[in-house]
Design a protein around this ligand. Structure first.
Ligand SMILES: N[C@@H](CCC(=O)N[C@@H](CS)C(=O)NCC(=O)O)C(=O)O
Length: 202
């Protein structure tokens, strides 16, 4: 059985739970701490399995481990409709997943972690403003694309959408507003309508 090292509030872990649910894949889940004494939960045994030491990490059925949400999504989407076959479309999936990791997640997830998850975080006003500005720019890029397209690559949901969904859906738990982004709100609704969709707190 696949084992997902997980946390119920983690947007990065939720990406994996969402893909597993859309694919109807069975798995077990083990929750690790994301605040406070993280190292207590991620001692030598965990680090021996994954050099990166973060969640999500999965243990495959054959015992190998894989970390980084994008790599895990790619591994399980291969051969399914969530990863296209076409060479250019696959490169576009990488393009949007790189955007998610570089421009989107670092700002939206950090701001949410500070506002609604970790009371011990005390970022400076400059840091908060930097997350807000850069995260808003990433949301604007998405809005522009979604004003002309139903999904990020091609005409159906791919792992590019799944990677971008969690922290966009939860953006308003940080210093962001989805009200002025109608195309993004319509896309969130399309994602929620997918057969097999699960919410973060399912
Ligand atoms: N780029 C990674 C980020 C993973 C990440 O930051 N995981 C967080 C939980 S969402 C974590 O393990 N934080 C605890 C720590 O950094 O020690 C991904 O997309 O999987």
């Amino acid at each position: 059985m696949i084992l997902l090292y997980d946390h119920p509030l983690s947007g990065n872990c939720y990406k994996i739970r969402l893909l597993f649910s859309l694919l109807g894949l069975e798995y077990e889940s083990k929750s690790l701490a994301v605040t406070g004494d993280r190292d207590g939960d991620r001692g030598e045994a965990f680090r021996a399995k994954t050099a990166i030491g973060k969640i999500p990490t999965v243990r495959l059925q054959d015992g190998r481990h894989l970390s980084e949400s994008g790599a895990i999504l790619w591994y399980f989407a291969e051969g399914t409709p969530y990863l296209p076959d076409d060479r250019f479309a696959r490169a576009q999936v990488v393009q949007w997943m790189s955007f998610e990791q570089n421009n989107h997640e670092p700002n939206l997830a950090a701001a949410r972690q500070w506002m609604s998850i970790d009371p011990d975080l005390h970022p400076s006003a400059e840091q908060i403003e930097s997350w807000r500005l850069a995260g808003s720019r990433a949301l604007d890029v998405m809005e522009r694309h979604l004003s002309a397209h139903d999904f990020f690559v091609g005409d159906r949901c791919s792992i590019a959408d799944i990677a971008l969904y969690p922290h966009t859906e939860m953006a308003e738990t940080g210093p962001f507003e989805l009200g002025p982004l109608p195309a993004t709100r319509a896309w969130l609704q399309r994602m929620r309508s997918l057969p097999g969709y699960v919410s973060i707190d399912a």
